[in-house]
Design a protein around this ligand. Structure first.
Ligand code: UGA
Length: 449
């Protein structure tokens, strides 16, 4: 088979390798196979590769098991720990993690550097290496000469997928961005990436071709904006708390202004996960290195507001239980950093649970998907898979991840048949406060009277 072939009108099959099979890479590999490409996913972790090779997702992501199974069964999708398998692919996507450094705020680039080092001996002249990892601006300019030395071209192609919607976001994104050099190789790289993303391109999805620095910055700027929007509304929640205003009504009212928009104005215990928190910190650290720390100094404030909301939630539970949680049974609904995910990295929900436990509460955590991951991180907590068992005899119910099972399906009438107390702390402003109060509960929201 040709490495780039055109079997039918507007439909291309490209041979791809995807280096790194975490949340980003595994979804990318499976999604690319689902739109017809021949894909090999490569990762150092044999357990991950074994699972993926059986068509099993190593983490919870709606829609992923289906396209994995379909891809593996069709023969278009395979996984291996052997980096040599990248040989023969026309485009090599690098989607390894860039976590926060152990001892600082900057991004840990060791996985990206190792991935390029191991991949490049298997890259052939004319190939395209497409970086997808979220990296400090300036990274591509450093890596490009190494890629060019083997006759290939580097493109920077950031990813904007949200966990929980990752498959849809990969196949049908809002926009595509590729940073390429201003050379014939760069032009060709952009054209090949258009073929790779053919269904989105055919649909008219905006595809922006930029230089490297712009592409890298688009990614961190988008996450910085989203984090800022969330912290903005949480700052308003702090003001609402001392004035008696209701931040959810405030968000509805300002959100009607199309220039502002209602999305990401959900006040509560704030943002977490493997992206927004570490990305804003890495961005601030990088700006500092560039001598422009002051330009994004507000991101430190965004981070601080965000972390204060966790303190606020803990304080609300203490107040709600009469000044102390010691010896009280507190049911914590949710451990994942958001619904439709089993990811507990920097999860505000789990953080609140851990702090309440540290204050002597008898905390019982439930979550539809994230219990195993949460237990690995915090084995000291008690976990209960059943929502109803978790709230049985509880003195307070604390909702911190707005899964439908809690926000939509748990009625105050039903909860009343199970709990000991009638105190509910809504860390995500997801419950209908009036309905809980009407059913005899004392309701506490975040930034709500
Ligand atoms: C985020 C971005 O939304 C993606 O576009 C980006 O590609 C991704 O990071 C990444 O860099 O890989 P994700 O981390 O999956 O995606 O989660 P979000 O949906 O952005 O939610 C982040 C956090 O913000 C969650 O803890 C969520 O509960 C919180 N949040 C979200 C709020 O507190 N309020 C809101 O109104 C919205």
């Amino acid at each position: 088979m040709m490495r780039v072939s055109t079997p039918g009108e507007g439909e291309c099959i490209v041979r791809l390798s995807v280096i790194g099979c975490g949340y980003l890479g595994a979804v990318h590999a499976a999604a690319m196979a689902s739109i017809g490409h021949e894909v090999v996913g490569i990762d150092l972790d044999p357990r991950k590769i074994d699972a993926l090779s059986r068509g099993e997702a190593p983490f919870f992501e709606p829609g992923l098991p289906e396209i994995l199974t379909e891809g593996v069964e069709s023969g278009r999708l395979s996984f291996t720990t052997d980096i040599a398998a990248a040989e023969g692919a026309a485009v090599h996507f690098v989607g390894v993690g860039t976590p926060q450094q152990q001892d600082g705020h900057a991004a840990d680039m060791s996985h990206v550097n190792a991935a390029f080092e191991s991949l490049l001996p298997h890259v052939r002249p004319g190939d395209i290496v497409a970086g997808k990892s979220t990296v400090p601006v300036g990274t591509a300019a450093v890596l490009a000469p190494l890629v060019e030395a083997v006759g290939a071209t580097l493109a920077w192609n950031p990813e904007f997928l949200r966990e929980g919607w990752a498959v849809q976001d990969t196949i049908d994104p809002d926009r595509l961005v590729a940073g390429v050099p201003a050379t014939a190789g760069g032009e060709r790289a952009a054209a090949v990436l258009r073929e790779v993303y053919h269904p989105a391109v055919a649909k008219g999805t905006p595809f922006m071709i930029t230089d490297y620095a712009t592409a890298e910055l688009v990614k961190v700027a988008a996450n910085a904006f989203l984090a800022t929007k969330i912290s903005f509304i949480n700052a308003m929640a702090e003001i609402a708390e001392v004035t008696g205003a209701d931040v959810t009504q405030l968000a509805d009212a300002i959100g009607h202004d199309v220039r502002i928009g209602r999305r990401f104005l959900g006040a509560g215990i704030g943002f977490g996960g493997g992206c927004l928190p570490k990305d804003i910190r890495a961005f601030a650290a990088r700006a500092e290195e560039l001598g422009r720390g002051e330009s994004v100094n507000f991101l430190r404030e965004v981070d601080a507001i965000n972390l204060r909301r966790r303190d606020r939630a803990v304080q609300l539970v203490i107040d709600a239980l009469g000044g102390s949680v010691f010896g009280k049974k507190v049911a914590v609904l949710g451990a994942a950093f958001k619904p439709f995910s089993d990811d507990v990295r920097d999860s505000p929900a789990l953080d609140v649970a851990v702090r309440l436990n540290g204050l002597g509460a008898n905390v019982v955590v439930t979550d539809p998907q994230a219990i195993d991951n949460a237990r690995r991180l915090h084995p000291q907590l008690t976990y209960e898979p059943s929502r109803d068992e978790s709230i049985r005899d509880a003195d307070a119910v604390v909702m911190v991840t707005e899964w439908d099972e809690y926000r939509r399906d748990l009625t105050p009438e039903h909860a009343s048949t199970l709990t000991a107390g009638r105190v509910v702390v809504d860390g995500r402003n997801g419950f209908d406060a009036a309905a809980w109060r009407a059913a005899g509960w004392i309701y506490y929201g975040m930034g709500r009277p």
